[in-house]
Write a protein that binds this ligand. Structure first.
Ligand code: NAD
Ligand code: TDX
Length: 329
């Protein structure tokens, strides 16, 4: 199988490339990535001689036609992915997440190639803390931020191309990922690398917000399950029953890193901050037989902390600029 992976130099994409090279040596991997501030060739260094890398933009129609024409299937990770950035400057979220998905859809339509589109649980909006319901495939879309509305737009384009043009595509909406190679702008790596840099962790508001954490390898194994067993036109929610408040996660980071429980700052809340995400992944489990392997968040978090401790060369070059972008907060 010749597999085109968009956004393969980013957090989840790079982990997907590593997993694929490690566990499916018969798959020929081509990565296309624009190498924005969030993309790192270094994340692919351990597998550099096992893959083809193309620096390019998913919104480049001609390039997508050429690359898609040379593969059997596409997994589409490439996106602008950070909510805080989408509040500061939404423009690239529209061009990459919407126009980029459109360019890819036209290419897979022209070449009859299978597409798996990676999306997020944020398209559903948020839940009350005490709501017994979780998101399912039937939950209506109700996105809050420029990021999540651009991902929702992309999902709707995929659904329309399936229905109107018979494109062979599946969609997955996953909850918050953690693990190695995640950009230090995101919650967990920001707090770990703040501590490692002598800075105090920063909690938005009171930290009541709940996220449903999943290890990146569990997400990526679910993507492989859908690629192999998923039904064209279907959407699958991916989640590992990992609900935790931000305050709880930060407390665990502080404990595992040997810091005082009070060793953090509460800072201004994110505008429009979604309160809670929670995924019911029953369809993926019962219909396709997927189950998460990382069942102990504490262990997964400890391993992630260890990775950031051992890989300072990877994150230190962009730590300062990331904190500068966050401002004094
Ligand atoms: P990331 O920001 O770490 O990586 C994104 C990658 O896409 C980078 O390598 C970047 O260079 C590349 N890219 C950006 N614009 C591009 C363009 N125009 N053309 C080609 N490449 C481009 O993001 P991530 O956290 O790895 O997320 C990957 C995907 O998973 C996204 O679609 C995101 O919406 C989705 N997702 C993320 C999470 C999460 O918790 N991080 C959860 C659910 C879904
Ligand atoms: O410094 C911080 N302090 C803080 O309290 C940061 C960066 C975040 N937070 C909070 C905001 C959120 O409630 O932590 C939570 C997680 O924040 P992010 O890591 O920015 O993730 P989130 O906004 O939940 O979105 C993530 O999950 C869904 C990914 O970034 C998206 O790409 C994915 O679609």
């Amino acid at each position: 199988m010749r597999l085109l992976i968009t956004g393969g130099a980013g957090f989840i994409g790079a982990n997907f490339v590593h997993l694929t090279v490690r566990e499916r040596p018969d798959v020929q991997v081509t990565v296309v990535d624009k190498l924005t501030y969030a993309g790192h060739r270094e994340s692919l260094a351990p597998v550099a001689n096992r893959i083809e890398f193309v620096k390019g933009d998913v919104a480049d129609v001609d390039l997508m036609h050429r690359l898609v024409g040379e593969c059997d299937a596409v997994v589409h990770f490439a996106a602008e992915s950070h909510n805080d950035n989408s509040l500061r400057g939404p423009a690239p979220f529209i061009t990459t997440n919407i126009n980029g998905t459109f360019a890819l859809l036209e290419a897979v339509r022209a070449h009859g190639v299978r597409l798996h589109h990676i999306s997020t649980d944020e398209v559903f909006g948020d839940l009350e803390i005490d709501d017994p319901q979780r998101f399912t495939e039937a939950t209506p879309y109700n996105p809050s931020s420029p990021y999540s509305s651009s991902k929702a737009s992309a999902d709707l384009l995929v659904r329309a191309w399936v229905r109107s043009f018979g494109v062979n595509a599946t969609i997955s909406n996953c909850s918050n990922n953690y693990g190695p190679y995640q950009h230090v702008e995101k919650f967990i790596p920001r707090q770990i690398t703040n501590i490692l840099s002598g800075l105090r962790p920063k909690l938005y508001g009171e930290g009541r917000n709940v996220r449903d954490w999943i290890h990146v390898d569990d997400h990526n194994r679910a993507v492989w399950t859908i690629l192999e067993k998923g039904i064209a036109g279907e959407t699958y929610l991916i989640g590992a029953d990992g609900e935790k408040s931000n305050r709880e996660v930060l407390a665990l980071v502080l404990e595992l890193m040997g810091r005082e429980p009070a060793g953090f700052d509460c800072v201004a809340d994110r505008p429009g901050h979604d309160l809670r995400y929670a995924i019911d992944s029953g369809k993926l489990r019962s219909e396709l037989g997927w189950e998460p392997e990382f069942r102990d968040f504490r262990d997964g978090l400890a391993a992630t902390i260890d990775w950031y401790q051992r890989n300072k060369d990877w994150w230190q070059p962009f730590k300062e600029a990331t904190e500068r972008a966050y401002g004094a907060g």
